[in-house]
Design a protein around this ligand. Structure first.
Ligand code: P6P
Length: 337
């Protein structure tokens, strides 16, 4: 494979395909640089700073979830890296209730950056891979980027999305609407190098990802669908299935991008009042954009995720995404009811 760095890939997407402009190219490069900084911080684990950077921060985020020290640090890294470049109108994060306004001392750009700075952070203390998820929108003319309303745009309006995986290797997966590419951090160079291009998710699969401990709380369609998977060869599917659940969405989605599968976090009666577990704007939408660009599908069970008109910055929704024929079968169960 050609040894293409992220910078060269972005320049070629801009110069030869006109897929992005200079500001979006700068935005993505700055996001990738912030992910490198997060990877370094995570790599220090218990060695970083006084008493290490593992463990609880002693605060809760807007979701009411106990923050890890690295949640707070990763959020700060993203804000500091992105606010001065002149490419952003504003930022929104899982870790902050309200949007982050670009300080007046810096110029403003046309883009809105939404992110989950450290997804799967419950895995940090047990040294399991975690990641960062980001989504890019344009600020609509006349919208106030300091207000949540400017960010409440359907996923189909995303201009770019991606994630980083902090694992045995540090990966940066990206779409700018021209397919999905994956870069691997060359730690000697300090650059992300293209290692997979035109990623395609197999349309069928024998592997599903879901937190089975919630089964008794699911709605009937999801129970029926998963029971069919569990029935295996003797059941209506006529084949056996394997199950994986890392509890880091970025890792479960990256496995699906790599070898197919279906990832589900359905409604359950414990979280029905919240609308689901995963957040629409900075988890479900960016992952849906990536999965669809890789030939997969992403649904709530009742509609395509990217068609949803958001009602709130931290809105949660049920998620079924991955191999498109498998997603279609899960959706069919929901449409029967
Ligand atoms: P559970 C991580 O907290 C996260 O938001 C996703 O990354 C992951 O898929 C899910 O929650 C795990 O949820 O209920 O299995 O801990």
């Amino acid at each position: 494979m050609r040894r293409i760095t992220l910078s060269r890939y972005l320049i070629e997407e801009q110069r030869e395909k006109g897929k992005i402009n200079a500001d979006l190219r700068l935005l993505i490069e700055v996001v990738a640089r912030a992910c490198k900084s997060i990877a370094i911080a995570i790599g220090k684990g218990g060695l970083g700073g006084e008493g290490g950077i593992l463990g609880e921060a002693g605060s809760d985020n807007v979701q009411g979830e106990a923050q890890k020290k690295l949640d707070v640090l990763s959020n700060e890294i993203f804000l500091e890296a992105n606010e001065w470049g002149g490419h952003l109108a504003g930022m929104a994060s899982e870790e902050m209730e309200l949007p982050h306004a670009i300080p007046n001392r810096y110029p403003q750009g046309e883009y809105l950056l939404l992110f989950d700075p450290l997804d799967g952070s419950s895995n940090i203390d047990i040294n399991v891979s975690v990641g960062t998820i980001f989504s890019v929108l344009r600020c609509t003319e006349g919208d106030d980027p300091t207000q949540a309303n400017a960010f409440l745009q359907a996923g189909t309006r995303q201009v770019a999305a991606g994630y980083a995986v902090y694992g045995p290797t540090t990966l940066f997966v990206l779409t700018v609407g021209d397919g999905v590419v994956c870069f691997t951090l060359d730690r000697e160079l300090g650059s992300f190098v293209l290692t997979q291009e035109n990623i395609q998710i197999p349309h069928d699969t024998k592997e599903f990802a879901i937190n089975m401990s919630n089964m008794r709380f699911w709605e009937p369609p999801m129970q029926r669908y998963v029971n069919d998977l569990l029935s295996g060869k003797e059941g209506p599917r006529g084949k056996d299935f394997n199950m994986r659940w890392v509890a880091s969405m970025v890792v479960d989605v990256h496995r699906i991008l790599t070898r197919g599968g279906v990832f589900m976090y359905p409604l359950d009666s414990k979280i029905a009042a919240q609308g689901g577990k995963l957040r629409l704007l900075y988890e479900a939408n960016p992952m849906a954009f990536i999965v669809e660009q890789a030939g997969g599908a992403a649904s709530t069970g009742h509609c395509n995720i990217m068609d949803i008109q958001p009602s709130g910055l931290h809105q949660r929704i049920p998620v079924i995404l991955g191999s498109k024929n498998e997603v279609a079968l899960a959706v069919a169960h929901h449409l029967k009811d």
